[in-house]
Design a protein around this ligand. Sequence first.
Ligand code: FAD
Length: 284
Amino acid sequence: MKITEILNGKRAALSFEVFPPKTLTAADGVRAAVDGIMAVRPDFISVTYGAGGTTDDYTVEIAKRIKKGGVTPLAHLSCITSDRAGVKRKLAQLKDEGIENILALRGDLPQDFKGALDYKYAYQLVEEIKKTGGFCVGGACYPEGHPESSTLFADIEALKIKVDAGCDFLTTQMFFDNDVFYSFLSKIQSVGINIPVIAGVMPVTNAASIMRITKLSGTYLPVRFRRIVDRYGDNPLAMKQAGIAYATQQIIDLYANGIRAVHVYSMNKPEVASQIKNNLSEII
Ligand code: FAD
């Protein structure tokens, strides 16, 4: 099923994310995690794609597994380290496997980055996928601005180019303050971006990693969230419970405000996916 059909459905949508293994030895653990998240029956599951191309085969393999399990997969695809021939090969492979949905990304710049090959920005990958035809294509967006952009407005102008290149939907970077997201929505609507936007929410289950990630991405941490991390960060079980509760509250507020789809950065943790889904059992 195409993600756009899910987004046009009668009820609000909930999706989860998995990331492929980096090594063969980790593959069994990831497959088990994917199966556990599939058991929660989300509307779709997205599968990330390594920027250096290291995990690209696993992305397709895991997307196939999800499809076989009866859940819609969304395969991520990044382009900054790829040439046109490589991207075309990957698109042919996805098509052969019947994977209909792609999240088109530039990818993070590798440390030894010496310049783009055939694609400098994600919008060029969106154009390539649209030219190929048959795929439902999503793009990433950043309610607080992409870290490389000088201003949020400059990033939104670039986003408009990506949307006009053919995005069918957008998925946001995680945010911890829903007002930041609502304000972003009105800003993008004012420049004529009217495609569906899936809100990205991350249940924080590990205090140290979230501090590192938010420092890198510049994501704003509201005081009420920082108090939770300060108080429970040293107690992994309490942090996990509080992180899931915080994410659940965010999601309920998003749905209550008419947001039609929420994507949960579930980080290969079936128990987190399952608890979130249970917390919303009467809501979606
Ligand atoms: P782009 O849309 O190309 O934007 C990158 C930067 O260039 C921005 O600052 C933008 O403002 C600017 N820009 C874009 N177009 C133009 C233009 N025409 N002119 C001037 N400036 C422009 N990374 C992975 O490696 N694998 C993944 O699976 C993955 N999944 C992700 C999923 C989501 C939902 C999100 C939000 C991010 C994900 N990322 C992933 C990270 C992403 O690859 C990085 O954030 C990357 O730095 C930017 O990717 P992008 O597709 O947003 O790039």
